[in-house]
Write a protein that binds this ligand. Structure first.
Ligand code: AMP
Ligand code: ZN
Length: 143
């Protein structure tokens, strides 16, 4: 279902312009205006979906099935050396547009954007504590 106040729904329907990279029945891919690196692309489900928590596994499978060919096209187009694929969910995690999207960020050089401030806490946990955390998550995975 389309959301009237969603800019990405408007991009899908064409009432807001975008630099389209790819489109099929499930996804729409277009350049992120911010171009953190050259070719920075957003891939979105056409169906309005707020974030990963609002996404069915079926839709996730269909969306992600499209990612390799889009990623490969970006890599080939600009001879990228690597790529970050990331998705922010909720404002606390940096989401600013509340229509699910995957960022495809080709990497060309050391020190480009989206070098996350990745503070390691490796020393803060024993392997037993890691097992406990993993098992707590596992318990909540739906069968
Ligand atoms: P996020 O912070 O993960 O929600 O990312 C939202 C992204 O959407 C940002 O990187 C913006 O640059 C991008 N964005 C917002 N409006 C547009 C637009 N009209 N066309 C292309 N990209 C956009
Ligand atoms: Zn939307």
């Amino acid at each position: 279902m389309k959301h009237d106040d969603c800019i990405f729904c408007k991009i899908v329907e064409g009432t807001i312009p975008s630099a389209k990279v790819y489109e099929d029945d499930v996804v729409y891919a277009f350049l992120d205006l911010s171009q953190v690196s050259k070719g920075h692309t957003l891939v979105i489900p056409k169906e309005h979906t707020r974030d990963v928590f609002d996404m069915s596994s079926d839709l996730a499978a269909q969306v992600y099935a499209r990612i390799p060919k889009i990623a490969q096209a970006i890599k080939t187009a600009f001879d990228a050396k690597g790529m970050n694929i990331l998705n922010n969910n909720e404002a606390i995690a940096g989401q600013s547009v509340f229509h699910m999207h995957l960022h495809l960020l080709p990497k060309f050089n050391e020190g480009e954007g989206f070098e996350a401030i990745w503070k390691t806490n490796e020393d803060a946990y024993t392997s037993e504590e890691l097992e406990t955390i993993a098992s707590s998550i596992h318990t909540h995975i739906e069968k």
